[in-house]
Design a protein around this ligand. Structure first.
Ligand code: CAA
Length: 397
């Protein structure tokens, strides 16, 4: 296990950091304040090659390894969570899941356009009455000859109004039957598809989140990912990839909190002394520094396991759980250090606080990851090798 970053990693990290500085940060405070997402950011991400990160060259991507995706997520979220969320759904939940589960024909059909940014991918699992209880989704796919007819709705869908196609999980029979889900690529322009945004979010206000609806939407069997009955496994695989992007992105928030807090603590004086000299402030700064280093080790490990083709469901759950908790704690401490200045958007730390709260909930709540980790430790849950794995890096056709 060698966690030293290569010169390619450093280049890709710097490219993402520059993109964050030049394309995400300008105008962000206003967009966040007004709850406006910027659709052109997706085009810019496509042009910069960011949407093709970790998609193999044979399918039109950059061919970079899976660690690279984590590095890009860290740097994008250092600028703003809304930019990292794009990679979570497009690259993590959508593209890597296709790489793992789609047929060769399906990969050739979709991945090149997704890699170039000509198309943007989304993901649909969560429903109004099924979040943690993902197995009991109600969206229904009725088989009709060579196609399926979908009815239902999905909520809390990132890029609901922008993605061109969604990886949608539906049930084929009754709720509670593990073996009877299926996964489909649903394209936005299919009759019966509609979307609407969710307004009034606490955080990620510069990002698009919404609901998607299927009203007798007909999808051909050629759009089914995996076989009938694979849908829940496809969903859980997707979460292995999505949680990786959330875990690595959370480190970006921790880094941003550390940067803002150290700068402020060195400039703000109390009774003639920098507040950075105060031990209680130092305690919070030290926790942020430890969270950054531990967070990187946790996600680098997952990236390495992805590269080498090892199942990492336990490790990615641990990384997502710990890094999101630590990002939220770091953001809270950053506000503490900034005092009243931390309470308004003159400084970015209140945005880090609101943005980091969501990630404690989505892609597996803090409670779900706590229970899952306890089950692993107690021996009630084990990760058996998977029949369908993400291809090892470097990927050949
Ligand atoms: N990869 C492939 N297959 C997997 C898998 C993985 N990572 N994890 C499980 N499976 C397979 C298992 O092998 C098993 O198959 P067999 O029966 O053939 O052995 C099957 O799936 C069921 O697995 P489990 O028994 O582990 O399933 P469970 O019922 O115990 O899972 C749970 C419970 C862990 C709580 C799971 O339901 C879960 O993770 N829930 C949280 C869902 C979640 O994170 N939702 C967020 C959605 S995305 C989102 O958040 C977007 C947004 O809102 C912004």
């Amino acid at each position: 296990m060698d966690f030293a970053l290569t010169s390619e990693h450093e280049l890709i990290r710097e490219m993402a950091a520059k993109f964050g500085r030049q394309e995400v940060l300008p105008g962000l405070t206003e967009r966040d304040r007004e709850g406006k997402s910027d659709r052109t950011l997706l085009d810019k991400m496509g042009e910069a090659g960011i949407l093709g990160v970790s998609i193999p060259e044979v399918y039109g991507g950059s061919g970079s390894d899976y660690v690279s995706l984590g590095l890009v997520c860290e740097e994008l979220e250092r600028a703003d969570t809304s930019a990292r969320v794009v990679l979570s759904v497009h690259s993590g939940l959508h593209c890597l899941t296709l790489l793992q589960w789609a047929t060769e024909e399906q990969k050739k059909r979709w991945l090149p356009k997704l890699a170039s940014g000509e198309r943007v991918g989304g993901f649909g699992l969560t429903e109004p009455n099924a979040g943690s209880d993902a197995i009991n989704i109600q969206t229904h796919a009725r088989k009709d000859g060579d196609s399926y007819v979908l009815n239902g709705e999905k909520t809390w869908i990132s890029l609901a109004d922008y993605a061109d196609q969604f990886l949608v999980i539906a049930r084929l029979q009754e709720p509670g039957d593990k073996a009877r889900h299926a996964a489909f690529i649903v394209e936005r322009n299919t009759p019966g598809f509609s979307s609407r945004p969710i307004k009034g979010k606490l955080g990620v206000r510069a990002g698009n989140t919404g609901q998607i609806f299927f009203d007798n939407l007909r999808v051909g069997a050629e759009n089914r990912i995996g076989e009938d009955g694979d849908g829940f496994k496809v969903a859980m695989s997707a979460l292995d990839h999505g949680r990786y992007t959330v875990a690595s992105g959370a480190v970006g928030i921790i880094v941003a909190c550390l940067e803002a807090s150290t700068e402020y603590a060195r400039s703000r004086k109390v009774s003639g002394e920098e507040i950075g000299r105060k031990q209680l402030v130092q305690q919070m700064i030290a926790h942020m520094a430890a969270s950054r280093d531990i967070g990187r080790l946790l996600y680098y490990q997952v990236g390495w396991m992805k590269n080498t083709g090892i199942r990492h469901t336990r490790e990615v759950s641990m990384a997502k759980w710990q890094n999101c908790n630590n990002a939220f704690q770091s953001a809270s401490d950053a506000i503490e250090i900034h005092g009243a200045y931390g309470y308004c958007d003159e400084f970015p730390v209140e945005r880090y606080f609101r943005n980091s709260r969501g990630a404690v909930i989505y892609e597996g709540t803090r409670e779900i990851h706590t229970l899952v980790q306890a089950e692993y430790a107690l021996g009630y849950r084990t990760d058996r090798p998977l029949a369908r794995t993400l291809p090892k890096w470097p990927v050949k056709a």
